[in-house]
Design a protein around this ligand. Structure first.
Ligand SMILES: [Zn+2]
Length: 335
């Protein structure tokens, strides 16, 4: 099955660029003898923390954050985006939405130059893999910065920006703070996806849908706790971006065999599978699909169904979504 899954045409909707982590690897490749570019090591044990704090520890409490500002060049951003896309193409991913929200990249280079550098790599990667970008709005930076980022993102639709992603500390920065920013994004024609139902319960998903008009939910696994919500997600085709290894590493599920993915599928919720932070989590889309397929005993038809959900929920025009759906649901060659 792993080989077959790798050869399947795939779509990925929830993938962070992981700018600092990728830049660190790039610097390591460019300067292999420089002792200051050490392998990142954790300076705090993420296991000692819970909830969003654990994610923060995993992401930032290591040397990956110590990247000199000089590394943030447009050339390097193009290089790391090209690396990500080369890995996606090798994994037979046909379309990927890459989300980017790194403050240092945006402040050092500017939002538009950063996205221009990414778009250059995206154009060069075609036709092997097609891609578009989501700009991540980080809750902890507050509503004013959110509005400012959205204004800039909306002006970059010519650079493949197709949506915004609201991410960060769900518990302490409620959605109401970001209504103006999200409304602005919607008015500009951008798609809306919101990280919710990951560290907080199903109420956070209801709020993301009704207060922010989220079309997709990042993670959303805690929807399983609320049957009415499951029915709503099915009826209104609100898609969940499930990231199994991420959930496991953050202690949100005890094992993949206990992952709510199967319950969500049974309830008819449009679910997708994604790699979230593939470098940090040492994963890719094939590994994610193979792991859940084995742990939950999913059929090949179900795996293809996950790809169809992803194609349908891409922030693309209707015609492009349909042709993507066709591409990922073609019967794989017999093996
Ligand atoms: Zn995420």
């Amino acid at each position: 099955m792993p080989h077959l899954i790798r050869t399947l045409p795939k779509v990925e909707l929830h993938l962070h660029l992981e700018t600092s982590l990728r830049l660190r690897r790039l610097l390591g490749q460019q300067h292999p003898d420089d002792p200051t570019i050490a392998d990142p090591h954790l300076i705090a044990d993420p296991g000692a923390f819970t909830g969003y704090d654990r994610l923060r520890r995993l992401r930032y409490a290591n040397r990956a954050g110590r990247i000199p500002d000089e590394a943030y060049t447009t050339e390097n951003i193009t290089r790391i985006t090209a690396d990500l896309l080369a890995a996606a193409a090798a994994d037979n991913v046909r379309y990927v939405e890459i989300r980017v929200g790194g403050r240092r990249g945006f402040t050092t280079l500017g939002v538009r130059p950063m996205l221009e550098a990414m778009a250059e790599a995206a154009a060069a990667a075609e036709p092997g893999v097609h891609s578009a970008f989501l700009v991540t709005v980080v809750r902890e930076r507050g509503p004013e910065e959110a509005e400012a980022i959205v204004t800039e993102a909306a002006a970059c639709r010519d650079l493949r920006v197709v949506g915004i992603d609201l991410a960060g500390d769900e518990a302490n920065y409620p959605p109401a703070m970001f209504m103006r920013a999200v409304d602005k994004a919607r008015a500009a024609g951008l798609g809306i996806t919101v990280h919710a139902g990951e560290f907080t319960g199903p109420t956070s998903i209801w709020i993301a849908i009704h207060q922010l008009g989220a079309q997709r939910i990042g993670h959303g696994i805690r929807a399983v706790e609320d049957p009415d919500l499951l029915a709503y997600l099915r009826e209104h085709q609100v898609t969940l971006e499930i990231c199994p290894t991420s959930n496991l590493r953050l202690g949100l599920v005890p094992s993949l065999a206990d992952h709510p993915l199967r319950t969500l599928l049974k309830a008819g919720v449009p679910v997708t599978v994604n790699s979230d932070d593939p470098m940090l989590l040492k994963t890719d889309l094939t590994k994610e699909l193979t792991a859940v397929q084995a742990a939950l005993g999913l059929s090949l038809e179900t795996v293809t169904g996950l790809m169809r959900h992803a194609a349908n929920a891409a922030f693309l025009p209707e015609a492009a979504r349909q042709s993507l759906e066709q591409e990922v649901t073609q019967t794989p060659a017999a093996s």
